[in-house]
Design a protein around this ligand. Structure first.
Ligand code: FMN
Length: 350
């Protein structure tokens, strides 16, 4: 029995399958954070997914962390997304906007007036980020003042409202991959001594305030959230992940969210932990193929499965998995290359 291809209700939305396309940054926006016209083709080609999650979209000018990534902070960006969403809906698809603030991953090069990036604490990431002038070292961020935090929460809520105005079916809050929300969760990155640092409860406070702000703005049934405990990226360590994530899962259970999305990208057994502690719809991601996806659905370990890399070169991934058609391999050289090549030129199997 193919459980992957059975329908699933998420809030008001009826998904035709449990195949979700993972959020994937592809750097096909202009320098003002407006997605390029052909981004619509990318999502339309993949509209047979039960649900698509967009590439991460920055929620404010201070939240941008990479060259040529898109935002949802002004009317021009919103209008471009509205056009993309309209095309996806016309093609019969469903799509959530993934919203993020990159915090200390940003470089001054991407921020208004060359501003210093913000973070829970003034600790730089080791290593470098790409700019149009070559790679540059990450910088020491400025620790957010306690009284600035409600303003950042409001930026998430405002971007979520813009997403709904653009016609998206919902939003996914990006609390993964070592970006701002994740930075608050990690005791090696968050050294604050106010109500947002220290105990597990305090480090989870910012995330829960963002969820409150966004669900008040657009409704819990249209709000999902992604986590990736202990991911080896952006200097995430999370020595006490086994305390943080069960607490978070229980705290999120009462919110009536669309779903919780857990990406397994480390030794942390995120799927088992989330399933045990989270009462609500759970979407499992990270390294799945058709067989492992069927297995986790069959065992009751998840309600839906999220596929990332397999969707890059297989726009018709659901059909290929259902019919056992061989999968194409992506060309990793063109992943972030900023043109139509390696983006919208992967054909469907027929
Ligand atoms: C090119 C690329 C870009 C990604 N960008 C994002 C992103 O914008 N937001 C996010 O939450 N995860 C991002 N991820 C992580 C994926 O969403 C997913 O969690 C990860 O690739 C594991 O799933 P997979 O093994 O099915 O690819 C990205 C992954 C890839 C390969």
């Amino acid at each position: 029995m193919d459980r992957l291809f059975t329908p699933l209700r998420i809030g008001a939305l009826e998904l035709p399958s449990r195949v979700i396309m993972a959020p994937m940054t592809r750097s096909r926006a202009d320098n003002d954070g407006v997605p390029l016209d052909y981004v619509a083709d990318f999502y339309v080609q993949r509209a047979s997914a039960g649900l698509m999650l967009t590439e991460a979209i920055y929620v404010s000018p201070m939240a941008k962390g990479y060259v040529r990534t898109p935002g949802l902070t002004n009317d021009a960006q919103q209008a471009a997304w509205a056009w993309i969403v309209k095309a996806v809906h016309a093609a019969g698809g469903r799509i959530f906007a993934q919203l993020f603030h990159t915090g200390r991953v940003a470089l001054p090069d991407f921020l208004p007036g060359g501003a210093q990036p913000v973070a829970p604490s003034a600790i730089a990431i080791k290593g470098q980020n790409k700019t149009d002038d070559g790679k540059k070292d990450f910088v020491v961020p400025r620790a957010l003042e306690t009284d600035e935090i409600p303003g950042v929460v409001a930026e998430f809520a405002s971007a979520a409202k813009r997403a709904m105005a653009a016609g998206f079916d919902g939003v996914e809050i990006h609390a993964a991959s070592g970006y701002l929300i994740h930075q608050f969760l990690d005791s090696t990155i968050n050294l604050r001594d106010d109500a947002y640092g220290g105990s597990v409860e305090n480090r989870c406070r910012f995330l829960l305030e963002v969820i409150d702000g966004v669900t008040m703005a657009v409704g819990a049934a249209r709000t999902g959230i992604k986590v990736s405990p202990r991911i080896k990226f952006n200097d995430v360590v999370e020595p006490d992940a086994s305390d943080v994530y069960p607490y978070l899962s229980r705290a999120l259970s009462s919110h009536g969210l669309a779903y919780l999305h857990g990406a397994k990208q480390s030794d942390y057994d995120v799927h088992a932990q989330m399933r045990q502690h989270y009462k609500g719809l759970y979407a499992a991601g990270g390294g799945f193929n058709r067989d492992s996806a069927e297995a986790i659905l069959a065992s009751g370990g998840a309600d839906a499965v999220v596929f990332g890399k397999p969707f890059i070169a297989n726009p018709d991934l659901p059909r290929r998995m259902r019919d056992g058609v061989a999968l194409a391999e992506p060309d990793f050289a063109t992943i972030y290359s900023g043109s139509e090549r390696g983006y919208i030129d992967y054909p469907a199997a027929d």
